[in-house]
Design a binder for this molecule. Sequence first.
Ligand SMILES: CC(=O)SCCNC(=O)CCNC(=O)[C@H](O)C(C)(C)COP(=O)(O)OP(=O)(O)OC[C@H]1O[C@@H](n2cnc3c(N)ncnc32)[C@H](O)[C@@H]1OP(=O)(O)O
Length: 465
Amino acid sequence: MSERLTDPGYRRLSPVDLAAAAAGLALRGATADIVAAVRQFEISTPWSAAPLGRADNFPRAVAARLGQDPKRAILEVTGGQAPQRLVTEAAGEIAAGRADTALIVGAEAISTVAHWARAEGRPDFTEHAGGQIEDRGYGLDGLAPPALAAHGLLDPPGQYALFEHARRARLGLSHGDYRAAMGALFAPFTRVAAGHPHAAAPTIRTAEELITETPSNRMVADPYPRYLVSRDKVNQGAAVLLASVETARRLRVPPDRWVYLHGHADLRERDVLDRPDLSAYPAAVAAVRHALDLAGLDLGDLATIDLYSCFPIAVFAVCDGLGLPVTDPRGLTVTGGLPFFGGPGNDYALHAIVETVRRARRAPGTFGLVGANGGFLSKYSVGVYSTVPAPWRANGSATIQAGLDAVPAGPRPGPPGVETYTRKPGQDAVVVARGPDGRRFVTSTPEEGDLLMARFRDLPRPPAA
Ligand SMILES: CC(=O)SCCNC(=O)CCNC(=O)[C@H](O)C(C)(C)COP(=O)(O)OP(=O)(O)OC[C@H]1O[C@@H](n2cnc3c(N)ncnc32)[C@H](O)[C@@H]1OP(=O)(O)O
């Protein structure tokens, strides 16, 4: 479900409206034992605000619209991994016989809220549903490093920009060549978005257009102009219904609509400043590998792939680790990705799952993979979907996580110098550097990008702390 401000018949739908509309289509009269919801951005941090008001119990508010009173209502922690994590958890609950059906829902109306926040005659989205809720909290532990906070760099564009320049340094690319690579990665995404009925920005753009600064493609955080950044001004909702085979049969869901979860994994990366390599995402790579192993597949067996794409590095880092060419002819998105389809808060991957399921139904017997990223390349959840029947198999994420956590924290040993940096317009650059003692530190400098670049190549000493 989606609506744009410019749509004829625009209705100012709230997140509950959007989620309920999507959930109604998924349920088609079925009853959900569990309703598990993805958290809206407006309740994702202690400092978030909901200027139009909000539901006090989002999953139950959605259920109530559909005349349902589920046994369990869940509100998941913050993060873009949430949709896939919830699908995997719910599938396990059903396999264990603790539920017959589970509905996963999510929606954002960030565009509508931003538009009406200070306008006359604004709608009131306050809603009292009450009742039981398993609110899992923000789940933000480790996501706000004080050293970055001290330099005002807690926002996603700023932190992802650091990862991007770290990758540029690793590859030894000039600013221009790296920008060109980001444009080349995302230009095909714009073509997919242009063909998706729910895309927020369905405009085909060339690589050159994506990276050329213009008034509408203004610099957000070097190296990102706006077109390379997740687009949060969207109104989008999605829902996924899970059921056991017996229940699907009882509900008379036609068997050609049954799609099974073949592989899955949920892994977590170290806190940002403890990572050996700021350009890499080993937890995501391990999650994709493990989900494929569980499904008994190789990358080459997949018909569709959707890698979370809030910023280019989220795709690059997974492709780098897997050895998957970014030019893979299957494409790396089924929706158009977060800057073009839209980045509805924590909810994007639910849309990717819906589209993957649709494509699996259209091509029975094929397999599709969804990779869902949360935080600052912090949490990755993967699902592999197909119409081919598969038994439930628990994953081995805990064992793999222990292996990832055993890698020593902190930067790889190396000479002192700049590891990465970013700069927001009109501000000093924020620099992450390795000191003479091998420790990582964060500092700010008014120096220009070219001078910082020189530090990548010739690193006489770190900038003054
Ligand atoms: C794990 C993760 O997912 S991390 C990612 C988390 N997500 C984020 O951090 C979101 C990052 N993105 C953003 O913060 C914002 O998109 C920004 C800052 C990059 C740009 O936002 P803005 O400054 O509002 O951009 P701008 O005003 O240019 O508007 C962008 C587009 O939205 C439209 N728009 C702006 N305001 C509104 C509004 N209230 N309602 C509807 N559309 C709007 C504009 O018309 C423009 O559309 P166009 O592309 O067709 O020209």
